[in-house]
Write a protein that binds this ligand. Structure first.
Ligand code: BEZ
Ligand code: FE
Length: 290
């Protein structure tokens, strides 16, 4: 019988993984055990603290449902989602930077023609969003699918209000790689904080807010899919995003205009805001690349 103690337990668990038939699983399991044991050695939890930790994770799982993923939110507020995102999107110079997907994406949003107004009856200041999609060589990317979704001026997504689809749509870039649409200026908003993750943020003395942004997911068979946001310059939470998703290159000013022409050359009645962004896609590098 081999006896383990505080000094030998880590080695004993690592040794138990010797015959794991899957090399990647063995690597991940070994790292998990080494880092988890190092964490416990550093923190030296009391039995009560250890139970509280288990209880927190249990409640995090219990609150999950088809429409709520508290574990991803936990990963978000601990900066893990952004770290995994950074590791998986090392495309080097030139490509638009990525950021977290978030819980409010809905697959296959309704496709709309450029120029559509996607605001429905959402409250907020009228916003004209104009984008281009290009390759790193500067060529327009035609026929890219551009999914967009955002909060309204009160900080709510349609799925939170339970309303019909609004402030989300899919567009297709034209031959010049352009897409444009009408929405409303989004507002900063708190991440869901009525569960264990909210409790954690409060206990850590942190606020739950994300700075105002418009989400984009841009896909084309020849390019890596880009998942990103454009953040509204001047937002008070740009320096303290609860999920660490802000990158300087993704912050844009919203211009206020009293009148003007839309990208199709039609006059725009009355005051409106305008947000433009030029996205750059990285060419596909994975096994899917042809
Ligand atoms: C979002 O931007 O929609 C979001 C991202 C992470 C957590 C919560 C919300
Ligand atoms: Fe968001």
């Amino acid at each position: 019988m081999s006896e383990v103690d505080e000094g030998s337990i880590t080695r004993a668990v690592l040794d138990s993984l010797r015959d794991c038939p899957h090399p990647r699983l063995r690597q991940v399991s070994e790292a998990l055990v080494r880092h988890l044991h190092a964490f416990v050695r550093e923190v030296e939890p009391t039995m009560e603290e250890w139970r509280a930790g288990i209880d927190f994770l249990t409640r995090t799982g219990q609150i999950c449902s088809p429409s709520r993923q508290e574990f991803i939110l936990l990963s978000d507020v601990l900066g893990v989602s952004m770290l995994v995102d950074a590791i998986n999107h090392r495309f080097g110079e030139g490509a638009t930077e990525s950021t977290v997907l978030g819980p409010f994406y809905v697959e296959n949003p309704p496709e709309q023609p450029s120029g559509a107004d996607i605001s429905g009856d959402a409250p907020g200041e009228r916003l004209l969003v104009e984008c281009t999609v290009r390759s790193r060589r500067g060529e327009p990317v035609a026929d890219a699918l551009v999914d967009t979704w955002q909060s309204d001026a009160e900080g709510f997504y349609d799925v939170q209000r339970g309303d019909a689809t609004q402030l989300r749509a899919r567009f297709r870039t034209d031959r010049e790689g352009r897409v444009w649409f009408w929405s409303v200026v989004p507002s900063s908003y708190p991440v869901p904080n009525d569960g264990p993750v909210g409790e954690l943020l409060r206990a850590q003395g942190r606020h739950p807010y994300r700075p105002a942004h418009v989400h984009f997911m841009i896909g084309h068979p020849a390019y890596e899919t880009l998942v990103t946001h454009v953040f509204i310059a001047g937002d008070r939470y740009l320096d303290s995003d609860a999920v660490f998703g802000v990158k300087r290159s993704l912050i844009k000013d919203v211009e206020r205009r009293s009148a003007g022409l839309d990208p199709a050359g039609r006059p725009i009645e009355g005051p409106h805001a305008r947000l433009t962004y030029d996205f750059v896609l990285a060419e596909m590098t994975g096994p899917e690349a042809r």
